[in-house]
Design a protein around this ligand. Sequence first.
Ligand code: PLP
Length: 383
Amino acid sequence: MHEPTARVRACDRSRIRVMFDLAQELEREGRDLVRLEVGEPDFDTPEHVVDAAVDAARGGHTHYTSNAGLPELRGAISDTLACEYDVKHTADEILTTTGGMEALHLAFLATVEPGSEVLLPSPSWPNYWTQARLADATPVEVPMPAPDYDLDADTLIAEMNEDTSLVVLCTPSNPTGRVADPDEVRAVVDAAAEHDAYVIADEVYAKLTYDRDPTGVAALTGHPDHVLTVGSCSKTYAMTGWRVGWLAGDPTVVDEATKVRESTTACTGSVAQHAAIAALTGPQEPVEAMYDAFRERRDYVADRLADMDGVTAPEPEGAFYAFLNPDTDEASLPLAKRLCEEAGVVLAPGDGFGAAGEGQLRLSFANSMERLEEGLDRIEAAL
Ligand code: PLP
């Protein structure tokens, strides 16, 4: 028996999954836990989207589509990017993917040479480390300045060199909930372009921006050709299980990614593509209602954390996350386990988002107001 390859052995299991499994085990024993570790909307997919999928399935839209996806969907994504984020791409410059995750995977494969460096401003989403390793590249964690961990261009640019092939920006950020300052974004993309590197703009949370209008990274820079935009139906339309995302950008990269995807997933599920067309082009009231609920929760969580002794947190400006810095020397994982086992509240350990997150905890407010109130009471009592 051969060992699995070094490439896959280098990939870590997610810390969030550790907490998820522990919580499930305790729940099976009958424990009441407030689950604030999971990063997905607690809402159901809007009904008109489900109806469109049922119609598509009954109407025989159950076959392979072209690798890049249905032209109507690529057109709808093109319109959405332009109208909502000021990012201009023709349908030809857009590949529909199996969630934002596949878009990231293909973008990494198409842009990094083995051994080159991928800069990850941190704390950041753990999957980027895995994506870099699967592409045989070296993920380089670049800690952003505490306490807010906001994107700091100078810190990131100082790490750029001739080996840098990719820089990943995620705004609003998972896990901090912070929105990057446009000037910092512009400076990073300018510097990346000078180094002939691409910038992946992970904008799966772009719609969930609470204090300013959402704007795509590609719209902020004079080098949009160096920006690869990743988006998804998952968070905006409560469609995590449908697995529809996209990659938009330089047609050379998009074409190569499309070629590779012929051998991986071939295409996004055809029924899910029809659902996504309905989500993007149909009534937006359900999206607005979800947005309003997230904003109300954000306000509540921000107020509670600001008043709480024993913990500080930068104000969440987007997505549905707050990043808590408890006033204790305990490491993230034991602290998260203790809060789960003793206080009955489940949070994601901060070190799962890079060494910069050690000692901290990510709280997801994708849960009802009642459960958030209960969860924050439990955190307050425990800390
Ligand atoms: N990017 C970030 C920062 C995420 O948090 C996620 C999901 O949690 C994704 C991308 C990918 O989401 P999906 O594949 O469901 O579109």
